[in-house]
Design a protein around this ligand. Structure first.
Ligand SMILES: NC(=O)C1=CN([C@@H]2O[C@H](COP(=O)(O)OP(=O)(O)OC[C@H]3O[C@@H](n4cnc5c(N)ncnc54)[C@H](O)[C@@H]3O)[C@@H](O)[C@H]2O)C=CC1
Ligand SMILES: O=C(O)[C@@H]1CCC=N1
Length: 266
């Protein structure tokens, strides 16, 4: 099965590198990328063939679309003449619906919408997938196998996609923001930056491992850290006073709403 990736920016390369790490043959992979310099970089780094978008669409069994939502209309218009019924189109773009894609490609092309995230770069990705209207189980299995090369995959109804985008798609950025804030706080408290960074990163990794390995509710894990009348209780009170919980809710609502807007091309 050959796979083409159209749009090899951050997420396109993340997918490409994951497929290579998962043992997909490089001669079964190809890339369509608009920026010539970027295309050369990927050829050098992975030995992958860089071809035109139309050649990618004509030759590959599966075509992954990893361009920005705003570029999706142009790319679909360009490759539509080369697509055929039964072929699989996997879109990783935020906001873009399977109906949008299906209305721009020949009848019978199978479309799967995916929302991945960047931890896929270290094989800890979280991808959600939803089938379009011409998908059978074999198309879903192929999309799942594509994304499973870089982490966990969950099947979800497409109506949940904008919320998923706000949580796991954009999620790594919120976590990095928290990490960055904690490091700055450590520096403010007088710690050397390198020490603060080591402390915060390992605390994050350890906490994530506890969540995954114990399966305990985060409230239970938080209560274990919070000694009565102690330091954690004092800190948590400040987080509540500064409305951090409400800020997270507002932030994710904004991301969900932006995903909906992207569907309308803005
Ligand atoms: N970066 C992230 O964390 C995530 C990104 N996504 C989605 O992945 C898609 C790509 O995002 P990024 O990789 O962050 O953006 P990016 O800007 O890094 O990559 C887009 C790539 O597409 C190329 N491109 C643009 N028009 C093209 C065309 N006509 N033909 C071929 N290549 C073309 C650009 O040159 C660029 O290399 C977006 O739709 C985004 O919603 C989804 C989940 C997470
Ligand atoms: O910011 C964005 O629009 C993309 C989609 C999810 C993560 N990055």
């Amino acid at each position: 099965m050959s796979t083409a990736i159209i749009g090899a920016g951050v997420m396109g390369e993340t997918l490409l590198s994951g497929l290579v790490r998962a043992g997909r043959r490089v001669d079964q992979l190809m890339v369509g990328e608009k920026r010539a310099e970027r295309a050369r970089e990927l050829e050098d780094r992975y030995g992958v063939a860089v071809v035109s978008n139309r050649e990618a669409a004509a030759k590959a069994d599966t075509v992954a679309l990893v361009v920005k939502p705003q570029d999706m209309g142009d790319v679909l218009e360009e490759i539509a003449p080369d697509l055929r019924a039964g072929q699989l189109l996997v879109s990783l773009a935020a906001g873009i619906t399977t109906a949008y894609i299906e209305s721009r490609v020949p009848d019978g092309v199978a479309v799967v919408r995916v929302m991945p995230n960047t931890p896929a770069l270290v094989d800890e990705g979280m991808a959600a997938i939803s089938p379009g209207s011409h998908c059978d189980e074999s198309h879903l299995l192929e999309a799942e196998s594509l994304m499973a090369s870089t982490g966990k995959v969950l099947r979800i109804p497409e109506k949940q996609m904008d919320a998923v985008t706000a949580i796991s798609g954009s999620g790594p950025a919120y976590i990095f923001f928290v990490v960055e804030s904690m490091i700055e706080a450590g520096v403010h408290l007088g710690l050397p930056r390198a020490t603060a960074t080591d402390l915060v990163v390992q605390t994050l990794v350890g906490s994530a491992a506890m969540l995954r390995e114990t399966g305990s509710h985060p409230v239970v894990l938080r209560e274990q850290v919070t000694s009565p009348g102690g330091t954690t209780a004092s800190a948590l009170r400040e987080l509540e006073v500064h409305r951090v919980r409400a800020a997270f809710l507002a932030a994710m609502e904004a991301a969900r709403n932006r995903s909906r807007e992207l569907a309308e091309g803005s």
